[in-house]
Design a protein around this ligand. Structure first.
Ligand code: DGY
Length: 420
């Protein structure tokens, strides 16, 4: 076994708690995160399928009655992180945050089932999981796209997963932060503040969160009243792909798939409304302020992951992606280094993230094999040279953020061991 595989497995095992896994072993994120858990489950599936199933099961134990799966589950009373369980003050069986995160779990589960045989016990568990994922996806359709446009909204930057991306700057600039906000950030005690979001960002995050809380996180109410309501092309691409994967799972387990099938059809058409034909780029929509968001973010290229049968647009987007990485030694910068908002070291405003590379790689595999191989090779090399970190500089590869980062370890295992 190569020493990096051993190390990746060790990281996951050391970050593992009872039934779930921390994103990292330090004090930065002392809870279970939604999309982290999905990537982590994929990593486990290479050496312990039961760990993978447990990880998914635990996340779904925190599902709300209406179907929402929270972005964070607080399994213990640790308050190092802000906002902690008291600041959110909600949850169903497990204390949680009141918002969600990119729903990549169905895609991950489909990937696991494509390669792993299930025993009877595991089959029964997975069927229950698929039912819960169906409820989760139907929650998105019902509450995040009440007019059935085919595109879902996010109501907080944290829901995107790329919290302080410049994508959200113009929308956040319009928000009046609450007066007398009293809270203490935990993150900047652990990580160099130059790598983390700014205080002004946090003031806005907390203001939006408090507003959602005031409305008791009621999904109908907050869709209309949230201070932030955005259609993100990255998020919608992930959701579209997850719906396609869920559809296959629903059929496999003999479950009703009509709502999902119908929604896929609408989404496939509507996502193209986010395409600028003149510039051959995808953009996001700020629904609250009725504005297009045109920021060169790697997440706009998640469109490739959605696997649309549109060769023309796929080709143009790939061509543009090749331009995006021109002069980039280390792929992919989260924001184009030529853009005025680019910040080499600050979290989602420039650094390279392994999950983004992995998503783009999946999208490229069946569209541009040789390019996909380059992405894979460069991602593996970056990790092997710099370690399993949270993020890296696109300029010199330097590792930043937390060390022993679970999803970097988990996705490394898939890149190396998967049937790629
Ligand atoms: C953080 O705290 O940085 C997380 O990304 C929020 O989910």
């Amino acid at each position: 076994m190569n020493k990096f595989i051993k190390k990746a497995q060790k990281i996951l095992k050391e970050n593992k708690r009872s039934g779930y896994t921390l994103p990292t072993n330090n004090k930065l994120y002392p809870a279970q995160w939604n999309w982290d858990s999905a990537f982590i489950a994929l990593g486990y599936s290479y050496f312990n399928l039961d760990f993978a199933i447990d990880e998914i099961n635990t996340l779904l134990r925190g599902q709300w009655k209406d179907g929402m799966v929270p972005h964070i589950l607080f399994h213990d009373k640790n308050t190092n992180y802000y906002p902690n369980y008291t600041a959110w003050n909600c949850g169903n069986k497990i204390s949680s945050s009141g918002i969600t995160q990119p729903p990549v779990m169905a895609s991950i589960l489909k990937k696991i089932l494509d390669k792993d045989e299930l025993n009877k016990k595991q089959f029964i568990k997975i069927k229950k999981i698929v039912k819960k994922l169906k409820k989760y996806h139907e929650w998105f359709i019902k509450y995040r796209d009440p007019d059935k446009t085919g595109l879902v909204s996010i109501l907080h930057p944290w829901e995107s997963g790329y919290d302080n991306s410049p994508l959200w700057d113009s929308s956040l600039n319009k928000i009046k932060t609450e007066k007398n906000l009293k809270y203490k950030r935990g993150d900047i005690k652990v990580i160099n503040p130059e790598f983390r979001p700014l205080d002004i960002d946090y003031d806005r995050y907390v203001t939006i969160k408090n507003n959602l809380k005031k409305n008791n996180y009621n999904p109908k109410k907050i869709y209309k009243s949230s201070m932030f309501n955005v259609i993100d092309v990255g998020f919608n691409s992930l959701f579209l792909k997850a719906n396609k994967d869920l559809l296959i799972l629903l059929k496999k387990f003999n479950l009703n798939f009509l709502i999902i099938k119908k929604y896929i059809k609408i989404s496939e058409n509507k996502i193209l409304k986010l395409y600028d034909k003149k510039k051959d780029i995808f953009f996001c929509l700020d629904l609250k302020n009725k504005k297009k968001i045109k920021i060169p973010s790697i997440t706009n290229y998640f469109f490739l992951f959605a696997d649309l049968n549109n060769n023309l647009i796929n080709k143009k987007i790939i061509k543009n992606l090749k331009k995006y990485i021109k002069n980039q030694k280390f792929l992919f910068s989260s924001i184009n280094p030529n853009h005025r908002t680019f910040d080499e070291r600050r979290y989602w405003r420039g650094p390279v993230w392994i999950n983004c590379n992995w998503i783009i790689y999946q999208g490229l595999k069946n569209k541009d094999k040789s390019f996909s191989k380059i992405v894979k090779k460069k991602t593996i090399k970056l990790i092997e040279k710099q370690g399993f970190h949270e993020y890296y500089s696109c300029k010199n590869g330097k590792a930043m953020g937390a060390n022993n980062f679970s999803w970097s370890a988990a996705l490394y295992l898939d890149l190396i061991e998967g049937d790629n």
